[in-house]
Design a protein around this ligand. Structure first.
Ligand code: DGL
Length: 263
């Protein structure tokens, strides 16, 4: 097997990263993917830097067993706190979702909003990455911790979700017309987010990450040589009864091959 035929390893704190897998499978349908969701320890968004970094390293070690050609940290929180540490030890290239999302945000004119978990926002990782590309950019960052449970509950088109989105987003000045959805779950809440702030450009970091993966494969990593649809294997650290339903909503396809692993 050539390196190009090896799978892409994707890691998330739970099942939210399946939104990134969905984008990868749409853009790169022939690629095989091994997804590791740390469902036993989710959420990461309320945890400390040290803990999240340790979890990311443990997840990377599990994925490395499957000899991936590339690892993608789909979780914004784990990208903010664990990317550099994992890149330093991983046997293959590792990317997170922050640089691709920041790249897209920096290319837009005007002030930028960033919404994410508490740990992502507190890390300042998006602000750093955007300002590296556009020094002096005006950035309004806001932690929106309640949005993750709303997305998992499936309340995508619900007045209560609209009210929560409004309560958060009213804290971002009206002139901000570009907002980065810096959390795996937020793209599911797009109907509510869009209703709350019409005319806003909502940037999905996961979507831009999938495009970055495409560029990396086009370069030295190489596309899988087979033309059949790539496989998707899902590894979880805990499988509760709701996982199937919630996971399929995030992935938009049936969850077929799910195995339990211990970190
Ligand atoms: N996957 C996380 C993120 O994108 C959200 C869920 C969590 O807090 O673990 O930041």
């Amino acid at each position: 097997m050539t390196r190009a035929d090896l799978p892409i390893g994707v890691f998330d704190s739970g099942i939210g990263g399946l939104t990134v897998v969905r984008a990868l499978r749409r853009i790169l349908p022939e690629e095989s993917i091994i997804y590791l969701g740390d469902t036993a320890r989710v959420p990461y968004g309320s945890k400390s830097h040290e803990t999240i970094q340790r979890y990311a390293l443990q997840a990377g070690a599990i994925l490395a067993r499957y000899n991936p050609k590339l690892m993608v940290i789909a979780c914004n929180t784990a990208s903010a706190h664990g990317l550099a540490a994992l890149q330093a030890v991983a046997p293959c290239p590792v990317i997170g979702v922050i640089e691709p999302g920041a790249e897209a945000a920096a290319a837009m004119a005007g002030p930028v909003g960033v919404i994410g978990t508490l740990a992502t926002i507190q890390s300042g990782a998006y602000e750093d990455a955007i300002r590296r590309r556009r020094p002096g950019a005006v950035i309004h960052s806001l932690a929106c911790p309640l949005l993750v449970p709303f997305a998992e509950e499936g309340w995508m088109d619900d007045p209560i979700t609209d009210a929560v989105c409004r309560r958060y987003l009213n804290q971002i000045p009206f002139e901000v017309r570009t907002v980065v959805m810096a959390c795996t779950h937020y793209p599911l809440l797009l109907p509510s987010l869009a209703r709350t702030r019409p005319g806003t450009n909502w940037l999905d970091s996961g979507e831009y990450t999938a495009r970055t993966v495409d560029q990396m494969l086009q370069g030295s990593l190489g596309y899988r040589t087979a033309s059949a649809r790539g496989s998707l294997r899902i590894l979880l650290t805990d499988a509760s009864s709701r996982l199937q339903e919630v996971g399929e909503r995030f992935l938009c396809e049936p969850l077929e091959s799910v195995d339990l692993v211990e970190l």
